[in-house]
Design a protein around this ligand. Structure first.
Ligand code: NAP
Length: 271
């Protein structure tokens, strides 16, 4: 990242993982080799992420934990309080990455939220800071007003929505792009769909699954991914996307699945 730290390229996302299943899932993912977990205040499972991390017995310094401040907590003091609440819930000594979950531009307080994150990083309780769902104009505004670029921008990104403009803006500012919903919440795997046919054919060629073909497409482009699954078997399979390559034809075929369709709201309309 642009702050000199490293982020594991593959993480486990725990949105919509029930709180009472989270600790075991996180523990199991870490046992399977994951070193990066992505949660948020909104997900109501930060406490259980912390429990899973501790239960794993893996050295804290080897792990990378992200959380996010929700839209109703923007503001210099409010975002600071929200961060402390998230940290306390995890029961960890520090977070590796803290993100502004959405710019929520109608409130127009995301620059203040960003100033709070800059101060928190200086105090050492969070090692890296970043944003999520920032369009290029939100990104340039916080950089212009504070002089500090986020380490990452976590955005909706999958074969339907490759986000070329966001990625170009991120790259221009040295910001890494992280793909949320890398499988479009499972929509690219819909049985009988053209997406599925294309991904199945590519998967078969490489002795892999359709999901692995889609996730490899991200990884091969240098994107960070945080696929979610409540099945440990699928969690394991989703990380098996590093020691093989898609060829140029595969990349073109997956690029042809672009529709511009989002699973969520446009960032200018959220919050
Ligand atoms: N920053 C933001 O605003 C934002 C928004 C949304 C998500 N996120 C983050 O991104 C993470 C991932 O996004 P997501 O959960 O929305 O969607 P996703 O990871 O694209 O897809 C998850 C869906 O795909 C299924 N799945 C996962 N692996 C599979 C496999 N190998 N084979 C078949 N099906 C598979 C899961 O079902 P099973 O669980 O049954 O396997 C689930 O239904 C979240 O957990 C969260 O951390 C961030």
């Amino acid at each position: 990242m642009n702050d000199g730290r490293s982020i594991p390229q593959i993480g486990l996302g725990v949105y919509k993982v029930a709180a009472d299943e989270t600790a075991a899932l996180v523990h199991g993912a870490i046992e399977a080799g994951y070193r990066h977990i992505d949660t948020a205040a909104l997900y109501l499972n930060e406490k259980e992420v912390g429990e899973g991390v501790r239960a794993s017995g893996v050295d804290r310094e080897q792990l990378f934990v992200t959380s996010k401040v929700w839209n109703d907590r923007h503001g210099l003091d409010e975002t600071r309080r929200a961060f402390h609440e998230s940290l306390a819930k995890t029961g960890l000594d520090y977070l590796d990455l803290f993100l502004i979950h959405w710019p929520a531009p109608t409130q127009n307080r995301y620059v203040e939220a960003w100033r709070a994150l800059i101060a928190l990083r200086e105090e050492g309780l969070v090692r890296s800071i970043g944003v999520s769902n920032f369009e290029p104009h939100h990104l340039t505004r916080i950089i212009d007003e504070t002089g500090v670029a986020p380490a990452v921008n976590q955005v909706e990104l999958h074969p339907h929505l490759p986000q070329q403009a966001v990625r170009a803006a991120d790259a221009a500012h040295g910001v890494l792009t992280e793909s949320w919903s890398p499988l479009a919440r499972g929509r690219v795997l819909e049985p009988g769909s053209r997406d599925r046919q294309v991904l199945d054919a590519i998967g078969e060629k490489h002795g892999r699954s359709a999901a692995q073909a889609a996730l490899r497409w991200h990884v091969q482009q240098g994107l960070i991914i945080i696929p979610k699954s409540t099945s440990l078997e699928r969690v394991r399979a989703n990380a098996d996307v590093v020691d093989w390559m898609l060829d140029a034809d595969d990349m073109v075929a997956i690029a042809s699945l672009e529709t511009g369709e989002r699973t969520g709201l446009h960032p200018d309309d959220h919050g």
